[in-house]
Design a protein around this ligand. Structure first.
Ligand code: CP
Length: 323
């Protein structure tokens, strides 16, 4: 099933691989009117009134979980949050059994975060509710890449033609994969930079340039999307030490000062200050890190609205509370 006039968007949003640029553009355009709802005194419209949404988070999350919950509540949906530690998963219940029990209570949508790549698709194939991937293993995190692109568009006026370098732990990163697919579909040039041990073999086949040196990446890029070292997903031996990583690949003020232009700095969070990014960069004028978080709510509102059958051209009316 494909959303009306939005190729690549079906019942679910599992990833950005294969989603055409025109569909991504339509999602970002739909997010624009929704931004204003979060600035109101009463942050609520009845767009999803009567819908029930379950946020199923099997891995820790601050931004994605809270951002989805705000988006759902601001669109008037009823929401339930479930984490693995507080559910019967700890007693051995499978993902599908958990979801089928939720379906039996008549839900409409599930947002899932899971440590296993493929978990979101697995669920989507087995339940009729809309499924949105809130990050699955090392596979994809589509709403993160969408909010990154919305933030780039806000700051630089466009995504097409931009040079964006993703820096750090690419091999373990679902954020990197979703950004590569999304940015390429939107006509941006994409590069990655990091230690060879953290760059997947054959990544060039995705149309991506590899910079072994951060100085060259900074000279090339309009924007750096700086990633956390995912120590929880690493066995030993990927990097000599965090100190050494910071010395060779850390994004520092001194390095940015040598750039030929004002490089925009993104980070999906959570940050390890003093490792992949220095505090004066994270908190400095080139950083759009908190803007990313703000935009996350609007992008998630847009995705929820569209999967519920909303039309991009009617988002302005929906924002005003009109059906
Ligand atoms: N960016 C992101 O996914 O952050 P959380 O893990 O806090 O959700």
């Amino acid at each position: 099933m494909t959303h009306m006039n939005m190729p690549g968007l079906g019942k679910d949003l599992i990833g950005l691989e294969g989603v055409p640029g025109e569909t991504i553009q339509a999602i970002l355009d739909t997010a624009e009117p929704f931004k204003e709802i979060s600035e109101r005194k009463i942050k609520k419209v009845p767009v999803l009134r009567g819908k029930t949404i379950v946020n199923l988070f099997f891995e820790p999350s601050t931004r994605t979980r809270i951002s989805f919950e705000f988006a759902e509540k601001r669109l008037g949906a009823d929401t339930v949050n479930i984490s693995s530690s507080g559910s019967s998963v700890t007693k051995g219940e499978t993902l599908v059994d958990t979801a089928r029990n939720l379906e039996a209570m008549r839900i409409d949508m599930v947002v899932i975060r899971h440590g296993s790549s493929g978990a979101a698709q697995f669920l989507a194939d087995r339940i009729p509710s809309n499924v949105i991937n809130g990050g699955d293993g090392q596979h994809e995190h589509p709403t993160q890449a969408l909010l990154d692109m919305l933030t780039l568009r806000d700051r630089l006026g466009r995504v097409e033609g931009l040079k964006v370098c993703i820096v750090g732990d690419i091999v373990h990163s679902r954020v990197a994969r979703s950004n590569i697919f999304g940015l390429r579909a939107m006509g941006a040039e994409v590069a990655v930079c990091g230690p060879r041990s953290l760059i997947p073999l054959g990544i060039e086949d995705l149309g991506v340039t590899v910079f072994p040196h951060i100085e060259d990446a900074i000279e090339w890029a309009d924007a750096l999307n700086v990633l956390r070292l995912q120590l929880e997903r690493m066995n030993a031996g990927f990097i000599p030490s965090l100190r050494e990583y910071n010395r060779v690949f850390g994004v520092s003020r001194a390095r940015l000062e040598r750039a030929p232009r004002e490089t925009v700095i993104l980070h999906p969070g959570p940050m390890n200050r003093g490792v992949e990014i220095d505090s004066d960069v994270a908190d400095g004028p080139q950083s759009v890190i908190l803007r990313q978080v703000t935009n996350g709510v609007a992008v998630r509102m847009a995705v929820l609205y569209l999967l519920a059958g909303g039309r991009p051209e009617l988002a302005e009316d929906a924002k005003r509370g009109q059906p």
